[in-house]
Design a binder for this molecule. Structure first.
Ligand SMILES: C[S@@+](CC[C@H](N)C(=O)[O-])C[C@H]1O[C@@H](n2cnc3c(N)ncnc32)[C@H](O)[C@@H]1O
Length: 235
């Protein structure tokens, strides 16, 4: 089986996927090609893992074997994606290594992220196509590139704190636990959350900044000390 990846991808996989090893996860990978990565996932996640690949190329069906199921269709066809998820059950992990065009990455993410299990991980690789215009629709700071889309997703994750009517909370705000960027990879962890609450405990040991700034003002500092010594004399 042929497999070809940037070398640092392996560390990224370890970092976010290790917690699923030997937990029988359901894994969906977009982009099968020769089936090399599907075989790697089967070995990595251990016995009991359910590994599904989807690809537009019907020849990819040939690499189907025990424990690895192949679905043939287009990653931008939401009806097809719906059927895949119905057949495999709620995925714990989704990896997008498909066509890598802006439209493909965005449509697949928008449709599949809500289908991901609570605590699940969505990883999209080869994000550098966001900087490649020809054949992918990317381009530096180009409106509609997947990287620009992800930058807006960072805003969405923070929408609970927004003071602007242009940024309001939605499903993404309530379900994105974290977004991690690596060279050419984004990892989005899913977990239901509500507006963060401030937790305060313990005793103050250090003067707060407002008081310190006040001390630093010579006139006020002098007045405070004079008032203090007068009060002592009178007392
Ligand atoms: C980079 S290869 C996948 C490599 C594989 N994940 C591995 O690491 O061994 C990309 C695959 O995406 C598939 N692909 C391209 N456009 C697609 C689309 N619109 N929907 C589904 N698959 C697509 C191609 O047929 C190709 O097999």
């Amino acid at each position: 089986m042929v497999i070809s990846k940037y070398d640092h991808y392996l560390d990224v996989y370890e970092r976010y996927f290790s917690k699923f090893v030997d937990t029988s996860p359901r894994v969906l990978e977009i982009g099968v090609c020769h089936g090399g990565s599907l075989q790697m996932w089967a070995n990595f996640f251990g016995v009991g893992a359910s590994i599904h690949g989807l690809d537009i190329n019907p020849n990819c069906k040939e690499v189907e074997r025990n424990g690895v199921c192949i679905h043939i269709g287009d990653q931008t066809d939401c009806d097809f994606l719906c059927q895949v998820v119905e057949k495999m059950g709620t995925p714990d992990i989704i990896i997008d290594d498909g066509g890598h065009s802006m439209k493909q990455q965005q449509i697949s993410f928008d449709y599949l992220f809500p289908k991901l299990a609570e605590g699940g991980v969505y990883l999209c690789e080869d994000l550098h196509t966001s900087y490649w215009r020809k054949g992918y629709g990317g381009g530096y700071r180009r409106r509609g590139s997947f990287i620009e889309y992800l930058k807006r997703l960072i805003d969405k994750m923070h929408a609970f704190h927004s003071q602007s009517s242009l940024l309001t909370s939605d499903f993404m705000t309530e379900n994105i636990e974290s977004i991690h960027f690596h060279d050419s990879i984004v990892v989005i962890e899913k977990s239901h959350r509500s507006k963060p609450k401030q937790i305060t405990s313990g005793t103050k040991r250090v003067d707060d900044l407002k008081k310190i700034l006040w001390y630093r003002h010579p006139r006020k500092w002098l007045k405070m000390h004079l008032d203090g010594s007068r009060a002592n004399e009178e007392g």
